[in-house]
Design a protein around this ligand. Structure first.
Ligand SMILES: Cc1cc2nc3c(=O)[nH]c(=O)nc-3n(C[C@H](O)[C@H](O)[C@H](O)COP(=O)(O)OP(=O)(O)OC[C@H]3O[C@@H](n4cnc5c(N)ncnc54)[C@H](O)[C@@H]3O)c2cc1C
Length: 320
């Protein structure tokens, strides 16, 4: 049995869903959670339901806002005082920024962006995409413990049959240490939609959208089905959408349950960011578009006709 710490991020008072995905997969191990700042009792109960034994609320000066140095310093101080075999976190923007920094403090290995894992006799074995998702590598982590693992949001999914943990929570005083680069302000995105990396449904527009105005038809579909709108790099480079919406090798990596690609050709760099989506639907006027080789469902036709029809049909189906 391994002793595991899961680092969780909090957004609008709620723990990020990837934390619950990870905890659900840790049945048979001892799992604790570490969070910076406060967490209300409902969220602690949610973590306990998914298997958390202890919830450590790390508090100290300079830790009210995220800073890679402060968080890594404080977490390493906390982890050094314990005996964890593995430290998990989400492969989110923060996880990608902070976890490698934390792992180097232990001279330890980091298996990053893992999309699946098992524990056999308390030993971790994971799978992670390589070469822009063209192949999957089996990874083990050797060397000094703890070993660090980051998990791609949405890749594991929620575990249906959970084993609850004690969910004991306590404050722990930690030190942010020397912070050489201070984050002065975090400006919230204007969108109220779920971030692309955590979205369960994504509707993406490509170059075929022709302009920013036309993205409205994707917004309308997204509003009905509860999706977040993404864009290909060609759409972003053409000024139709901001870079924050870009999916792909130089944009965001996503793994939603449903990915609807509208007027996207399916270039390898785009696929790199979305090929682990569970169900892919492609709408493209060219029957030979490469996206169809990856799509579970393909619709050959003009997206400007098809998307509004889909929106209307979903409205009827969902009673909206
Ligand atoms: C280093 C590098 C990194 C990159 N990173 C990324 C990345 O992160 N993300 C990314 O997306 N790309 C990335 N690219 C660019 C990538 O190679 C492609 O150029 C880009 O993905 C193409 O975008 P697109 O599919 O929207 O456009 P296109 O390839 O031009 O495809 C448009 C598609 O729309 C279809 N179409 C046209 N009109 C309609 C219509 N009315 N209805 C339905 N379909 C229609 C066409 O048949 C075509 O298949 C990268 C490239 C490089 C070199």
């Amino acid at each position: 049995m391994a002793n595991v710490l899961v680092f969780t991020e909090v957004h609008d008072g709620r723990v990020k869903p990837v934390t619950l995905e990870i905890l659900g997969r840790l049945t048979g191990q001892t799992a604790d959670v570490a969070v910076f700042g406060d967490l209300d009792s409902t969220q602690v109960a949610e973590l306990a339901k998914h298997g958390a034994q202890n919830v450590h609320k790390l508090k100290g000066a300079g830790l009210d806002k995220y800073s890679p140095e402060g968080y890594a310093n404080a977490l390493s101080e906390f982890i050094k005082a314990k005996s964890y075999d593995y430290v998990f976190g989400g492969a989110t923007s923060m996880g990608k920024d902070m976890l490698p920094r934390l792992a180097t403090k232990f001279d330890a290995g980091l298996a990053s962006d893992v999309v699946n894992f098992t524990f056999d006799g308390g030993v971790f074995a994971g799978t992670r995409p390589l070469f822009a998702g063209k192949c999957l590598a089996k990874v083990e982590v050797n060397g000094p413990k703890p070993h660090f693992i980051s998990v791609r949001p949405n890749a594991l999914g929620m575990t249906p049959n959970l084993t609850a943990g004690a969910g004991t929570s306590a404050d722990v005083a930690v030190n942010a240490g020397d912070i050489r680069a201070t984050i002065k302000e975090i400006i919230k995105a204007t969108s109220t939609k779920v971030d692309l990396t955590e979205a369960n449904i994504i509707v993406t527009g490509g170059r075929a959208m022709k302009n920013a105005e036309n993205f409205k038809i994707l917004d309308q579909l997204a509003d009905v089905i509860g999706a977040t709108v993404g864009a290909s790099r060609a759409a972003v480079d053409s000024g139709f959408a901001p870079h924050a919406m870009q999916v792909g090798q130089t944009g965001k990596t996503v793994a939603p349950s449903l990915y609807i690609a509208c007027g996207v050709s399916g270039a390898i760099q785009h696929l790199a960011g979305m090929r682990t989506s569970k169900v892919i639907v492609a709408i493209n006027s060219d029957p030979d578009a490469p996206i169809f080789t990856k799509a579970d469902y393909g619709i050959v036709g003009d997206l400007f006709q098809i998307v509004p029809i889909m929106t209307e049909e979903f409205k009827k189906l969902l009673g909206k």
